[in-house]
Design a protein around this ligand. Structure first.
Ligand code: NAD
Length: 292
């Protein structure tokens, strides 16, 4: 079994990005600037946003954190988004989800200018991704593709089973793995909460991508020998062993599944760091497209 080390791979890619930033600096080109909008004080969202901002600093990007109260109205938030769209110094930005219940996430995403939508959630970017046109691919699927690429995992003709059909992970992942290029060219099955005979389907997977949000959902009896497992799940389970009082666990029961795998991602240290790195790559791309 080979561990797909997302942390190490992310650090390598971040090193490459830092070099590009250095070259941009010395040739007087614009330094990428990522802004993150955080509404309210959801602790998980705060952790994600802080870690994104910190990683920006690590590679030499400029970063801004726009912190807004949880009782902000939808139209006030749209005004913020419009300001970011027209701010020439901001190359890309994200609005951290989930948003408070009184705000329509769809309306906010649709207000983001597609050229600055480095999360790749705007319908224009989703459409481009589906048509294999240049645009922003949402960060988690983009990060997973790069992990597969860096480890040179063969994908052509393989049966890829994706569990989960969310707009940000499962659905785009299923489209990307079927594209006529590497990584891709898979025969893809997309499973979800209404799928029947799930273990039967997952047992036929050469590549299994789990994006469900349920701890230890995928067990050893659900996979075949030699499978490649990508565990997207990030689930907080309470723990007395950590200072924070919780531990992060994936959707895959790692201890029993890993023994059957050719490759598997750990949680934490697998898909998570790749996601943040993919966001930085999208921001660099946005800067190049807007300023070079
Ligand atoms: P979501 O809740 O939007 O979607 C979950 C999906 O799982 C749904 O499409 C649902 O149909 C499917 N599902 C639920 N129960 C099922 C069942 N019994 N059988 C089959 N399918 C079932 O979740 P999401 O936003 O896609 O996130 C999934 C997980 O990935 C979460 O744990 C989330 O925290 C994590 N995540 C991690 C990263 C990262 O960077 N590592 C990024 C995004 C999400």
């Amino acid at each position: 079994m080979i561990l797909l080390d997302g942390k190490k791979t992310a650090e390598q890619i971040q090193g490459e990005i830092a070099q590009v930033v250095q070259q941009r600096k010395s040739s007087g080109k614009k330094i990428p600037h990522l802004a993150a909008v955080l509404v309210g004080d959801n602790p998980a969202s705060k952790t994600y946003v802080t870690s994104k901002v910190k990683t920006c600093e690590k590679v030499g990007f400029n970063s801004s954190l726009v912190q807004l109260a949880s009782d902000i109205t939808q139209s006030e938030l749209i005004d913020q988004v419009i300001r970011l769209n027209s701010n020439p110094d901001i190359d890309g930005y994200i609005v951290q989800l989930p948003l408070p219940k009184h705000i329509s996430e769809r309306k906010i995403i649709e207000a983001i200018h597609p050229s600055k939508d480095v999360d790749g959630f705007h319908p224009v970017n989703v459409g481009k991704m589906a048509l294999n046109l240049p645009g922003f691919i949402s960060a988690t699927p983009f990060g997973i593709l790069q992990l597969i690429k860096r480890y040179k995992i063969p994908t052509e003709g393989k049966h890829c089973v994706v569990i989960g059909r969310s707009n940000i992970v499962g659905s785009p992942m299923s489209i990307l793995m079927a594209r006529n290029e590497y990584p891709g060219n898979c025969t893809v099955t997309l499973c979800h909460s209404r799928s029947k005979n799930l273990p039967e389907i997952t047992r036929s997977a050469d590549i299994l991508i789990a994006a469900i949000g349920k701890t230890d959902f995928v067990t050893a009896d659900m996979v075949k020998e030699g499978v490649v497992v990508i565990d997207v799940g990030i689930n907080r389970v309470s723990s007395t062993e950590t200072k924070s009082g919780y531990k992060l666990k994936g959707d895959v029961k790692f201890d029993e599944v890993s023994g059957k795998c050719a490759y598997i991602t750990p949680v934490p240290g697998g898909v998570g760091p790749m996601t943040i790195t993919a966001l930085l790559q999208n921001t660099l791309l946005a800067t190049e497209q807007l300023h070079d």
